[in-house]
Design a protein around this ligand. Structure first.
Ligand SMILES: Cc1cc2nc3c(=O)[nH]c(=O)nc-3n(C[C@H](O)[C@H](O)[C@H](O)COP(=O)(O)O)c2cc1C
Length: 149
């Protein structure tokens, strides 16, 4: 049983998967794709990470719907919000954070970093921030996660 479970959805360039899986390596943290989530993964877990890329200004709808449908499962947990995005805008986690607040779920904070983004016209130039998340981003998240364990 891990102390922390990170539930992620990653689909554009697997930026978020890379970030959370590499940052958690060797720590008492289990990472699962939201598609593979089942309730038993929360046994013994006190902290839940929710992570995805940003799509049209918010976390992926799979994560938002997860909170809407399963907020009861999070009521006795503390939640850490994580995202990768094509910009450094610190407000992009707000929609998910507000949703968590609405259900009175405690949040520990937010971590964000850039991720390779080839959406729309950026595709023509191979995308922006191709080597992101970087090793520094992974280390920065890891240092934050360690504080919770
Ligand atoms: C359809 C689409 C919409 C996006 N919308 C935004 C956005 O509103 N703001 C932003 O900063 N990045 C946006 N991005 C960039 C992604 O958030 C970024 O590439 C992220 O790292 C993808 O994570 P993933 O590879 O884990 O899926 C968008 C990307 C796609 C494909």
């Amino acid at each position: 049983m891990a102390k922390m479970l990170i539930i992620y959805h990653s689909e554009h360039h697997m930026n978020t998967k890379k970030l959370v899986e590499e940052a958690s390596k060797g720590l008492d943290i289990l990472c699962t794709s939201i598609d593979d989530f089942n309730e038993s993964l929360l046994d013994g877990v006190t902290i839940v990470g929710l992570a995805s890329g940003i799509f049209y200004g918010k976390h992926h709808k799979k994560l938002i719907e997860f909170v809407e449908n399963f907020h009861d499962l999070l009521s006795n947990k503390q939640v850490y919000v994580i995202y990768t995005a094509g910009s450094n805008n610190q407000q992009l986690g707000s929609y998910l954070c507000n949703k968590l607040d609405y259900y009175n779920i405690t949040t520990l904070g937010t971590f964000n970093c850039l991720g390779w983004d080839s959406y729309g016209p950026y595709k023509l130039i191979g995308g922006l921030y191709k080597n992101h998340p970087t090793q520094e981003d992974i280390e920065a998240l890891r240092n934050n996660l360690v504080r919770f364990l």
